[in-house]
Design a protein around this ligand. Sequence first.
Ligand code: ZN
Length: 388
Amino acid sequence: MFGRPVTLFKIFRFEVKLDISWLFLAALITWSLARGLFPEYYKGLPSAAYWWMGVAGAVGLFLSIVIHELTHSLVARFYGISMKGITLFIFGGVAQMEDDPPNPKAEFIMAIVGPLSSCLIGIFSFLLYTFGKKSGWPVTINGVLTYLTWLNLVLAVFNLIPAFPLDGGRVLRSALWSWKKDIRWATGIAAQIGSGFGILLIIMGVVYIMSGNFVGGLWWFLIGLFLRSTAQLSYQQLLARNLFNTKKVNELMVKNPVTVPRPISLEEFVREYVYKHHFQMYPVLSFGKLAGCISIKQVASIPREDWAVSTVGAVALPCNEDTIVGPEEDANKALAIMNRTGNSRLLVVKGDQLEGIIALKDMLNLLSLKIELNDLGKNHGYEPQSKL
Ligand SMILES: [Zn+2]
């Protein structure tokens, strides 16, 4: 949310990553536990004890969320869905799925194991608490265990609210999906409920803030905002995947793209190509065959005074799997490469022949036209609009 997540560790071959925003959350939780919750319920302890309890509570929360997300990821792997990893950010965790689940049953099991695991962690914490109480463990440990019991039960219940993309929303989607056999319709309904629930939380947050509970209100407000945008985003992603599944790269590419000859100088390249066409990357041809790629970044790395003497051929780099895609590939594959690399244009290459260029802008244009016309089911011919 605020930047690139940092990888913390790997477990079962999943990367657990931490968004910087989570550090704010951890600090906020530690503080509110140490200064608010624990002193209220366990009176008369030294201040340092409350801080230790606060830190233990925050670490417990972190582990609870990682285990919750991990169970989602393990079931997803069982059903052959590739997972990017688990990222913890300000509102908890997200197990990043790259695909939709293959069938309603897989979706149901994948969704339900999350709240189920939270429930189990809650019960486990409670059993440990009863054991600790009998064995005379200090009140600090029992206090943290009580907190973890409640926390996990709340996590389980909150996640079961049928608002997509919360787990409960996924359960609802799987039910609707198996009923009408239409994942798009099911996602549409579940996402609308999710989006509506998001608005409800936003309103609740505003009411809280106006009645003086600023931190609590801001919290609900942000969670609502987040839920609403992820609900809409996941629906759009589903539409995109459905649409581009049925398309090949060569149906969406622009043929005869602008190419750059090898012998010209960088100065000429910048003047005649970069400032005219405004693209980030250009294919370089030599005797009609693809000889490499040249990007603005590469030119920028050459000192300005050398532009007149350096040639495009000397600066261009070989194209690689981050910049090219085959014409017969699924358009979804092009989208996945763009997603992974951040490149918004890919060369469409067969052997050493450049066949065209596929641009994210064209793909998104097609998608938004289709959404506007409510015409995602059918397939019509489509001419890419960017003239290269
Ligand atoms: Zn979950």
